[in-house]
Design a binder for this molecule. Structure first.
Ligand code: SP5
Ligand code: ZN
Length: 342
């Protein structure tokens, strides 16, 4: 399985994540991919390639133009305004306020385009986000060209990002870009399987009205887990997309017996949808030792999950999402890939 990876991810490393009222070193940090790369090498995944540069046409087709302009210029505008810290949103267009009038002031604009405050933008964030998206696009191209599977080692992750919002450590929705690329490559129906601990609100939002892209997710129940305001079981899609979204929220301390049953439910949905290709939003934060999550999967469970996904026999693009138990992130991620290849 070819791996797509760019060193550019390092350009995104904010000093601060807002957590429990403190600024801490972000959980989503560069060393995550170093552990994964090391494990890939150990396990013989030697086919590692630089992605081609991002296709700007595809990016603009997916995202809001004002949002892209914001991401590109936010750091400079923030510094020009005299702010001394990193770009962190603090004011939001909340209930009954104006959600369609981007302010001129950069502090207001940050909140306009944010969905959460834990995620800071720093000097290299835009370039890193572009390189991450490029990994997803190149992996999808590779699969569209006939490879059975590919792994996009995306950092920063993508599944919380909508067409016009960042947050949850995400800026550009890598899985959505991969899906569109596979569509252009001739796959009429795409399934996205999101096994990250958190609900992939961004991916769901992008495809909510679409009948040609299935989105299924297992995640911590919104009552208890970020992103809190989406991922309920009654979110099933709308219009042409009605029935093409399938959410399985699960409670604290869920272990593999219940989690794997949920996975089978999603795989059944994907089968009934008759997908031509599969994208896996591969977060491994369902791991029992993850510092910000509450499921109880063990390392071996990730291999079994990979095996079950492999039984779909679909051309598959894996996009890295979350996973913050850093010492185990390599083992858990590569276990999914190895299970899939068995
Ligand atoms: C891609 C991805 O996995 N994003 C996750 C973003 C989570 N952001 C909010 C985390 C809040 C965690 N608070 C729990 C702290 C437990 N000590
Ligand atoms: Zn996550």
């Amino acid at each position: 399985m070819r791996v797509f990876f760019s060193e550019q991810h390092r350009l995104h490393f904010p000093q601060g994540e807002l957590s429990g009222g403190e600024l801490i070193t972000p959980y989503e940090r560069p060393s995550r991919v170093e552990y994964i790369l090391r494990r890939l090498t150990e396990r013989g995944f030697s086919d590692v390639e630089e992605p081609l540069p991002i296709d700007p046409v595809a990016l603009h087709a997916l995202c809001d133009a004002g949002y892209l302009r914001f991401l590109e210029t936010a750091w400079d505008a923030w510094i020009a305004a005299g702010h001394r810290g990193e770009v962190i949103a603090s004011s939001y267009p909340a209930r009954r306020m104006q959600t369609n009038r981007p302010p001129r002031d950069i502090e207001g604009l940050a909140g306009y385009y944010a969905l959460a405050s834990e995620t800071a933008i720093t000097q290299g964030t835009w370039e890193a986000a572009l390189s991450s998206a490029a990994c997803a696009q190149s992996a999808a191209n590779h699969v569209a060209d006939g490879a059975g599977s590919a792994f996009a080692l995306c950092r920063p992750p993508g599944h919380h990002a909508t067409a016009d919002m960042f947050g949850g450590y995400c800026f550009l929705n890598n899985a959505a870009l991969a899906a569109e690329r596979l569509r252009e490559g001739g796959a009429a129906r795409i399934a996205i399987l999101d096994i990250d601990f958190h609900h992939g609100n961004g991916t769901q939002d992008i495809f909510y009205g679409r009948g040609d892209v299935f989105f299924g997710s297992i995640h911590g129940a919104p009552e208890d887990a970020f992103p809190y305001y989406s991922g309920f079981a009654d979110e099933i899609g709308q219009g042409a997309g009605e029935g093409a979204t399938l959410n399985i929220p699960l409670p604290p301390r869920t272990g593999y017996p219940v989690w794997s049953e949920a996975l089978e439910t999603l795989l059944g949905g994907i089968h009934r949808f008759s997908a031509d290709a599969l994208i896996v939003s591969l977060g491994v934060d369902a791991f029992e030792e993850d510092p910000i999550s509450f499921f109880k999967l063990k390392s071996d469970d990730f291999k079994d999950a990979g095996r079950r996904i492999g039984k779909c026999k679909l051309p598959t693009v894996f996009c890295l999402e979350g996973g913050y138990a850093i010492e185990a992130i390599g083992i858990n991620t590569v276990n999914v890939l190895e299970g899939f290849l068995e």
